[in-house]
Design a protein around this ligand. Structure first.
Ligand SMILES: [Zn+2]
Ligand SMILES: [Zn+2]
Length: 372
């Protein structure tokens, strides 16, 4: 017998024996074909659905008892670990319990937005990814507001009705850059149809008819743009000329509200390798401004240096669990610092107060009397 055929025959016998053994040990196992994950059987998929429901119920129970605070206890840490577990699975957004959780969280957010009257300081909500809404006494500002459609699941994404209610509560929208987890045309359209300004870098939807209706303030460090809003309100805006790598322009917006709160949102700001020109202005921001709140992308390289540049009173990181990214690239709440070579851990251990919100959650910021 030919040696190769001999070995193949042995291999086939061994394989068949293995399959038979596996089947006899677990007669319910099958080869896949289930939904939403076709690599798993329906029974396996059903198990993951049930597990998502149980894990997310625990998350809900923990969050209702332990809202975001400056020095968070271990309970919120456990809730975040459960979220990391549920959403680090390729088909997470296609599971009903995950969709229900996301909609319930943002349903709460919408209701709060409709009712919240801020008389001092600011309240900041996180919608999804880098989507934040900041409300002060005089204005409500949306940054990188998106529905969650990048997850690939229509059922997961916020509906038009949900988005309309959010947009109704906001005065304007800042879009940091052209990536779809930050810029969603349907959302920008809702703002524009309501006569509310949308501000973005010129790279966003450049070839589209929507382009001419969007404001493109010149991205120059320390150049102040005044954005007029109804009711004689004026926002002071600086669009720092940021980047995500060399080819993507990324506005880092610094906004001062009429009542004197200054917030900054970094989009997907990234300084990496031999392309670090943005530190020229990042390192200088604190010399020109008293920044109250910084909303940085939690996965950016050397986030501690970015924080030092802005020197804010409060840091609210974003971009955790972006479901449009592949599993390893969905920044988990636990950080994955060593693998991703980040300084997120150092930021959390630094003098800067860091509060990592979960979808739908909010945090109240009160400036100190003497601080400003
Ligand atoms: Zn991006
Ligand atoms: Zn992004």
């Amino acid at each position: 017998m030919n040696t190769i055929i001999f070995y193949l025959t042995i291999l086939c016998v061994v394989s068949t024996t293995f399959v038979n053994n596996t089947q006899s040990q677990n007669p319910k196992a099958s080869a896949g074909g289930g939904s939403p994950d076709p690599q798993l059987s329906q029974k396996d998929n059903d198990y993951l659905d049930r597990q998502s429901a149980v894990f997310l119920d625990s998350v809900r129970a923990i969050l209702s008892k332990y809202p975001p605070v400056l020095k968070e206890g271990k309970e919120r840490g456990y809730a975040k670990l459960l979220l990391d577990a549920v959403f680090h699975e390729k088909f997470a957004a296609f599971r009903k319990p995950a969709q229900d959780f996301y909609h319930a969280q943002n349903g709460k957010l919408i209701k709060e937005l409709e009712e919240a009257n801020i008389t001092k300081g600011a309240r900041i909500w996180k919608v999804y990814d880098m989507g934040f809404i900041v409300r002060t006494q005089t204005v409500t500002i949306a940054f990188d507001l998106v529905s969650g459609i990048t997850s690939g699941s229509k059922e997961f994404a916020l509906s038009t009705a949900e988005l309309e209610r959010i947009v109704k509560q906001c005065d304007l929208l800042f879009i940091s850059h052209r990536h779809s987890d930050h810029a969603e045309k349907a959302v920008a359209e809702l703002f524009l149809q309501a006569g509310k300004p949308v501000i973005s870098p010129a790279q966003v939807w450049q070839q589209d008819s929507i382009f001419s209706r969007i404001m493109h303030p010149e991205p120059i460090a320390e150049k102040v743009h005044q954005i007029k809003l109804p009711g004689n309100r004026m926002l002071e805006v600086i669009c720092y000329p940021g980047h995500q790598g060399k080819s993507i322009d990324n506005n880092v917006s610094l906004v001062t509200t009429p009542d004197g709160i200054t917030v900054a949102h970094t989009g997907d700001e990234l300084n990496e390798g031999d392309f670090m020109i943005d530190y020229d202005w990042i390192d200088q921001v604190t010399k020109h401004h008293k920044v109250d709140i910084l909303m940085p992308n939690a996965w950016t390289m050397d986030i501690l240096r970015v924080a030092k540049g802005f020197n804010p009173k409060l840091v609210l990181p974003g971009h955790e669990l972006e479901l449009g990214h592949t599993v390893w690239d969905r920044l988990p709440y636990w950080g994955d610092d060593a693998y991703l070579e980040l300084t997120y851990k150092q930021l959390k251990a630094s003098k800067y107060p860091v509060v990592a919100l979960i979808w739908g959650e909010s945090f109240e910021y009160m400036p100190k009397q003497s601080g400003k």
